[in-house]
Design a protein around this ligand. Structure first.
Ligand SMILES: [Zn+2]
Length: 513
């Protein structure tokens, strides 16, 4: 995930009202009984059930599809039988599915097809028109992102009322959604966005979301192809054909929340994992693994009659893959009073990556002093995980709070968060291979967001080690008498410390900027 370190520009706004104790005041809790009960076999029981659900539902468990509804029914049933109070929080969201791959070709003066992708939430269309470049395009690109092309509507020459025209714009300083909205406002019939050209930003522009549906086709290309189209547009009449075919419509999905019958509801611990997969696969590692680990932890805590001192809420989020929409809905629909009673959020998104690492969310921003710092308490949660792994002789590495998973909406309102991550599409470094084993130069999960993220795409060693650590942290926070701070009377509030979500370059796993 090296590229994230370059992209993250999140900042802390507001003041740090709560003094952060140098020492974690969270008690040592003996979690041996629970960890012995949460086994790989128990976790895999749920993973197999999720795989069967995907098999019966077109290979996907994405929000807005029957595979998600069946996944929600499965966890609801298991949690109800385990004695939890289970609720389903339904919400509407913008469903998006690419029906066929987008295309981009130059019609004249030179007939040529380009490698392209449809940006998420593009409209459907088949548009042939003259390419018009936005102003303020920066070629050659600077060392760091600087192109403000398309960030203002005046960056686009007013489109012709009679002629079909395609806007060409460069990635850069403002979000893609703004660049595209401005092109549409200026009257264009399609938009081509090219990668900016700085180091690490030259390849085909992929994995991008506009966040909400737009009315025209929007496709991405590499920097080199963008420069070629730019040059062609400047010297004369470059005509291109852009096509996209998508389903973009409002659908309903849900979060499943299981609340413990015991425990102080004024100090609730929300233990979350997203339940949905991407459209393109069954999502057994992403995030059947986090789902199965917290489900099995909930079941075993109940079986062992472990009474939480703090209320536990096991949350199975919907529509994470559409941009953290389930966790966002949970936080957005809670009152200030309800939010102030959430003591902490634990997040588990990918715990079984085949070429795994043991990443712990970097609550104190120790790895990147310029990076986002979690709200007060986040450093103490990180410490709970690090101390646990150190006690087992297992190395860990910090991973930044960059907005790529469901802790985002919680830290955005000042709730401390922490959790684990075994790695996604990032490539394992030789240093990481020395620390964690596995294969350097290979992705942590080569099947990330692919159809092959199935029951074979799991490391049982990762599930064992990270599953135990997740159970340990859940029980530790639920049972600890001590809190995160020396002054235990004050809880983090909306005003205390917030990581502003608009500072993130990601929405879920998709690039926004
Ligand atoms: Zn995920």
């Amino acid at each position: 995930m090296r590229r994230r370190a370059l992209l993250v520009t999140a900042i802390i706004v507001g003041t740090l009202a709560i003094p952060v104790s140098a020492q974690a005041a969270v008690d040592d809790v003996n979690t041996t009984r629970l960890r012995d009960a949460v086994t790989v076999n128990g976790i895999l029981t749920h993973e197999r059930a999720l795989q069967r659900i995907a098999n019966k539902n077109g290979g996907t468990r994405a929000s807005g599809t029957p595979g998600y509804a069946a996944s929600a029914a499965y966890v609801k049933d298991r949690l109800t039988k385990a004695g939890y109070t289970v609720t389903e929080q339904a919400f509407e969201f913008p469903f998006y599915q690419e029906v066929s791959p987008g295309t981009l070709s130059q019609v004249s003066p030179t007939a040529k097809a380009y490698e392209t992708v449809t940006l998420d939430y593009s409209g459907t269309g088949d548009v042939t028109g003259t390419v018009v470049a936005a102003t303020n395009i920066v070629i050659p690109a600077t060392e760091t992102p600087s192109s403000a092309a398309g960030c203002a509507v005046t960056d686009y020459p007013a489109a012709s009322a009679t002629e079909t025209q395609v806007a060409l714009v460069q990635r850069g300083t403002c979000v893609f959604a703004d660049k595209v909205a401005n092109a549409i406002a200026a009257g264009y019939d399609a938009v081509v966005v090219f990668n900016e050209g700085n180091p690490g930003r030259t390849e085909l522009l992929d994995g991008v979301t506009l966040g909400a549906p737009v009315t025209v086709p929007v496709v991405g290309v590499s920097y080199a192809d963008g420069v070629e189209l730019y040059d062609a547009a400047l010297v004369g009449q470059a005509v291109v054909n852009v096509t996209s075919e998508v389903i973009a419509e409002t659908r309903t999905t849900s979060n499943v929340i299981a609340t413990s019958r015991r425990g102080n509801p004024d100090k609730a611990i929300v233990v979350g994992a997203h339940l949905d997969s991407v459209i393109g696969g069954p999502g057994i590692n992403d995030n059947g693994s986090g789902t199965s680990v917290i489900l099995e932890t909930a079941i075993q805590m109940s079986k062992l009659r472990i009474q939480p001192r703090q209320q536990l809420r096991f949350a199975f989020w919907g529509a994470e893959e559409s941009g953290l929409l389930g966790s966002e809905n949970y936080v957005a629909t809670a009152t200030d009073d309800e939010l102030s009673k959430i003591y902490a959020n634990l997040n588990f998104d990918m715990l079984g990556s085949p070429n795994y690492v043991r990443f712990v969310y970097d609550g104190d921003s120790s790895a990147d002093p310029e990076g986002p710092v979690g709200p007060p308490g986040s450093a103490q949660i990180e410490e709970v995980f690090n101390e646990y792994f150190a006690g087992k002789g297992l190395a860990t590495a910090p991973t930044a709070f960059d907005g790529r998973s469901d802790y985002g909406p919680f830290i955005a309102v000042g709730i401390p968060a922490g959790g684990l991550f075994s790695g996604a599409e990032g490539v394992k470094t030789p240093e990481e291979a020395a620390l964690f084993g596995g294969t350097a130069g290979e992705p942590y999960d080569a099947c990330y967001h692919e159809a092959c993220d199935d029951i074979r795409n799991l490391s049982t060693a990762a599930l064992s080690e990270l599953g135990d650590a997740a159970a340990h942290a859940t029980m530790t926070l639920a049972r600890s008498k001590g809190g995160f701070f020396d002054d235990n009377s004050r809880l983090p509030s909306r005003e205390s410390a917030q990581v502003a979500p608009e500072q993130f370059d990601y929405r879920g796993n998709q690039l926004t900027r």
